[in-house]
Design a protein around this ligand. Structure first.
Ligand code: URA
Length: 232
């Protein structure tokens, strides 16, 4: 990591202010004054005005998203899922939303400051599974279920969806387990077989199950084992 980036992440300084502090000789790396903001530091002891600096611990939370909240960091029209978190949750690093749910979709949303962890879960080739509970407008037929499970071609796409698993709860309600996350995927899949999603709720991402103790709008921090096992 670059020295100026480290200072900015470890303090309230902007990157420009961090660069100034370095050029002014206020920063030491392993006891030596360093004046080049581009110097790379790995596992070094860094001080600013004699104060040791440490990167803040990354944040990992699960949130029970209610309908009506957007999975975006800001929006002029709708409240966002970040509005449901305390503003001081992470003062120096931006929060990232791990994948997106539609405005009307409810359920499990993961939020972190750890870009590598986010990427591990969301990268298309990670095939991290997601489980949704789906309420349908029409009863699901055995034929539609078989087509969807094999993979279906979605409008304006060039490849069919990957095979998935559907478990019937009752005639108009199913669990669907996907290993990919295309735009509006669940709604488009059911539309492709002539049905319509009435309500969509995400219950699981990888190994992480939405905590049943979380009411809509509530969040909690992930435990260490949950962070490690998120997408194996
Ligand atoms: N698929 C959808 O259609 N919507 C979501 O919010 C998530 C998956």
């Amino acid at each position: 990591m670059r020295l100026d980036g480290f200072i900015a992440r470890a303090t309230n300084l902007s990157r420009r202010e961090a660069q100034h502090s370095i050029k002014e000789g206020r920063v030491r790396v392993n006891g030596q004054v360093v004046r080049n903001p581009a110097n790379r530091i790995d596992d070094a002891a860094v001080t600013l005005d004699g104060e040791p600096l440490k990167l803040p611990c990354p944040v990992y939370v699960m949130l029970h998203k209610p309908a009506g909240y957007l999975c975006a960091t800001t929006d002029g029209q709708h409240p966002t899922v970040l509005d449901l978190l305390p503003s001081g949750l992470h003062p120096t690093e931006p929060l990232q939303i791990v994948g997106r749910l539609d405005l009307d979709t409810t359920g499990l949303v993961l939020i972190t400051t750890d870009g590598t962890w986010n990427h591990r879960i969301t990268a298309p080739n990670s095939h991290c599974t997601k489980i949704y509970r789906v309420q349908l407008a029409e009863p699901i037929t055995a034929e539609a279920k078989a087509i969807l499970q094999r993979g279906v071609m979605l409008h304006s796409e060039i490849k069919p969806t990957l095979p998935c698993h559907i478990q019937t709860i009752d005639s108009r309600e199913v669990h669907i387990k996907l290993q990919e996350g295309r735009y509006h995927q669940v709604k488009r899949m059911f539309a492709a077989v002539g049905n319509r999603v009435v309500h969509l709720h995400r219950e699981q991402v990888g190994e992480l199950i939405l905590d049943p103790l979380l009411a809509p709008g509530e969040f909690r921090h992930l435990t260490e084992p949950e962070i490690l096992c998120a997408c194996r």
